[in-house]
Design a protein around this ligand. Structure first.
Ligand code: AHM
Ligand code: MG
Length: 334
């Protein structure tokens, strides 16, 4: 039960019994993410003040330049989760391969693995635009006490036991779900405590915002082009407003509150789209569905896709249920 003025710490403890396999492990895991997020938040807020901007001189597995704060956020999340020995494996958008956590005594009986994008939208940092952390949690499928294998990470999104994001915006928020709806907590920076500010978040069934990088229009599949023209047509409650921050967490957050659709389709340049199934699309799709929205690759539910590689990309259509259904209709008919 969500209560007024409840802190995230209190909420986690009070809702622990809702977890299917409750042993306190998942609660401890969410707690560690909350802690790491505070540390990253502190650093993100200082970004304009200190010499931490600019590429770190490394290129990640997708061939993209890494910004220093990406590297920092990646380290903080991995260290926090590893030191506390509450997961048995981690996969990160910033790491080439998954990380096996064996524990201090070479024995790790933890059941959960985490997949994450430690700092999404990082190209926005040096222009003071919101960025975010995205996380996704699964129970391992291989036996506990043995080292994790790739099988543990390549599970379809519908197997997620929890997922969420942190948005480092005008205020910092954690929004997450453990399969019982979506709740949002806002950080009071003065005392370092997150308060329940958005209980039981609901994706409006319809909306009037579409979020897509229209600069790539000529490269879009015909179905997406047709859908964009539909959004722009003067009819019923259209034309819709175009809103695109270029920071998935922020675009998703706004659309979940106001009603809208986010699209990152496949293009001639990126035949599988740009976003990663495991680190970005699955957790966002899980949250969307938990809030009553939906997520698709244009033809198929995101959460049903069986991943084949860790860094797999996928076209992404996510948002208000009726808007996603309409976009799918255009994809089918094109
Ligand atoms: P990143 O993981 O390298 O930060 O890329 C993901 C980001 C999303 O946050 C955002 O929605 C999208 O890339 C923007 O891409 P584009 O600039 O091509 O529109
Ligand atoms: Mg990303």
């Amino acid at each position: 039960m969500a209560k007024q003025n409840q802190t995230l710490g209190e909420f986690i403890i009070e809702n622990q019994e809702e977890f299917k396999y409750s042993s306190g492990e998942l609660s401890r895991l969410i707690n560690s993410i909350r802690l790491a997020a505070k540390v990253v938040n502190h650093e993100v807020n200082k970004a304009g003040l200190v010499d931490i901007l600019g590429a770190a001189g490394e290129t990640n597995v997708q061939g993209e330049d890494q910004q220093k704060l990406d590297v920092y956020a990646n380290e903080i999340f991995i260290k926090t989760l590893t030191n506390r020995e509450i997961v048995c494996g981690i996969a990160s958008e910033e790491e080439d391969d998954y990380i096996t956590i064996t524990g201090r005594n070479k024995k790790n009986d933890n059941k959960y693995i985490v997949l994450m994008d430690p700092l999404d939208g990082s190209s926005n940092i040096d222009v003071n635009v919101s960025v975010g952390t995205i996380f996704s949690i699964y129970r391992r499928v291989t036996p506990t006490g043995t080292p994790v294998t790739i099988e543990d990470f390549l599970q379809p999104g519908k197997n997620q036991v929890a997922a969420g994001y942190i948005v480092y915006g005008t205020s910092t928020m954690i929004v997450y779900s453990t399969g019982h709806g979506v709740n949002g907590f806002t950080l009071n920076p003065a005392i370092g405590t997150y308060y329940l500010s958005h209980p039981n978040m609901k994706y409006p069934e319809d909306g009037n915002i579409y979020s897509v990088n229209e600069g790539n229009y000529v490269h879009f599949p015909q179905g997406v082009k047709d859908y964009i023209k539909y959004c722009q047509k003067e009819e019923d409650n259209r034309p819709y407003s175009a809103r695109y921050i270029g920071s998935l967490v922020s675009d998703f957050h706004r659309n979940m509150i106001k009603g809208g659709i986010y699209i990152y389709p496949n293009t001639a340049k990126d035949p599988d789209g740009k976003l990663r199934l495991l680190y970005e699309c699955n957790p966002m799709a899980y949250l969307a569905e938990q809030a009553g929205g939906s997520a698709s690759n244009g033809f198929e539910r995101i959460l049903d896709i069986q991943p084949t590689t860790l860094h797999q990309r996928v076209p992404f259509f996510c948002g208000s249920k009726n808007m996603v259904a309409k976009a799918e209709e255009f994809m089918h008919n094109s």
